[in-house]
Write a protein of this length. Structure first.
Length: 206
């Protein structure tokens, strides 16, 4: 296992948020509902889930009932704030146009047993949800493909001076060397990102 921990200037956090759209791996107690995973395990508030997260996809299928849909090991969960236009209105959970997509919507979970225990879920965040909830997930630690680290450095070369500290497998490491060392790895690595001296005002409540 490769473990990369970064302490960065808070202003550099947006450079890392595209990772959220690609999808990050998170440990999970599976066999739970989407609400239980997001609120009980990740610490997202019920109000944020109900009011801010308006569009959810579980394994590429729209979800209306976050208290009925069950997460299993290897699931992919995509979260978004309200999207514009008719498409956005149609995909919105529990919206007036939800009937238009009945053929692709995730059906309510059937009563019965579901596999429980430890697993991993891929979470994708989009638009304002990525900006507001993404930093919190990065501070908890996420699993990503090592090659994505190289892309961060290529797209944002100005990130280097904004990395205050880097640790690779628990040992202090030059950030550039850490990125180079990991960039060729095609297996997942665990990335944890802390904001240096964050202020209360810069941390949204969710």
């Amino acid at each position: 296992m490769t473990d990369l921990e970064l302490i960065i200037d808070p202003a550099a956090m947006p450079m890392l948020l595209p990772l959220m759209q690609k999808g990050v791996g998170l440990p999970a107690q599976i066999g739970c509902t989407i609400r239980q995973f997001l609120c009980d395990q990740l610490g997202i508030s019920d109000a944020y889930l109900d009011q801010r997260i308006q569009t959810l996809f579980l394994n590429a299928r729209p979800v209306d009932d976050v208290d009925g849909a069950i997460l299993q090991d290897g699931a992919t969960l995509a979260l978004s704030a309200a999207m514009p236009g008719l498409l956005g209105a149609t995909m919105r959970k529990g919206g007036h146009y939800a009937a238009f997509r009945q053929a692709i919507s995730l059906a309510a979970a059937m009563p019965g047993s579901h596999a429980t225990g430890k697993g991993r879920v891929t979470v994708k965040l989009f638009n304002m949800v990525a900006e507001e909830a993404g930093p919190g997930l990065l501070e908890k630690g996420v699993w990503i493909d090592g090659r994505q680290v190289r892309r961060i450095g290529e797209r944002h070369p100005d990130i280097w001076p904004r990395i205050r500290e880097a640790r690779l497998d628990g040992q202090p490491f030059d950030p550039r060397q850490a990125f180079t060392h990991i960039s060729g790895k095609d297996q997942p690595i665990r990335l944890t990102v802390h904001r240096d001296q964050p202020t209360t005002a810069s941390r949204p409540h969710f």
